[in-house]
Design a protein around this ligand. Sequence first.
Ligand SMILES: N[C@@H](CCC(=O)N[C@@H](CS)C(=O)NCC(=O)O)C(=O)O
Length: 236
Amino acid sequence: MIELHYWPTPNGHKITIFLEETGIAYRIAPVNIRKGEQFHPSFLALSPNNRMPAIVDQAPSDGGAPISVFESGAILMYLAEKTGKLMPQDLRKRTRVLEWLFWQMAGLGPMAGQNHHFRNYAVEKIPYAIDRYVNETNRLYGVLDRQLAKSEFVAGDYSIADIAIHPWIVPSEDQGQTLDDFPNVKRWFDHMHSRPAVQRAYAQGAPYRRERQGFTEEERKILFGQTAATAAGGAA
Ligand SMILES: N[C@@H](CCC(=O)N[C@@H](CS)C(=O)NCC(=O)O)C(=O)O
């Protein structure tokens, strides 16, 4: 049984997609990041970076005590290694998957995240910051499109690389991007979206999602006013 500390955001969706694709038993422990639950000491003990997702594997393959994992890329690798699924064993194929997994973790995720922040969330609209991140996201979509011109999936067969990337393409319009400009990404995106496990994974978020858009003052303080002092565990 995997305990998944989760909120329905792109990084959270990565893990539900993996779990649904592989059919591993899991239980969701919601972490309401708008309320500051990511600062609860019990959560920080699992995820010292005060970010979800995190998992606890109650039955690790070494038969020892439960293991916790934070960082979505590390979680995907851990689960792929545990199950032997969605990451090839072959050295060359595995290396390709890891390249694209880390491309998402270090490139698409952080850049699209800043794009969302400056384009959609920031009260003050700063044209330089918006252009910088919208353009960088656009560049990354172009890189992905050229890669997907060569193969059906991002790194050979369907893998944790596809699973890491898909949730960050779902909000393409909110990132100022048009999928019609990237036909290979669009073809791959539509295929991913049609997978029943992917649909089940996104549906897991429904009970936690809410209708209201935007943030209250309190939520802005919790999410966008973090410093070393507030993130140390006393903010919630
Ligand atoms: N690199 C981390 C990023 C995780 C992350 O940014 N999670 C966000 C939601 S997508 C979060 O927990 N935010 C809480 C906060 O900003 O305090 C990962 O991939 O796991």
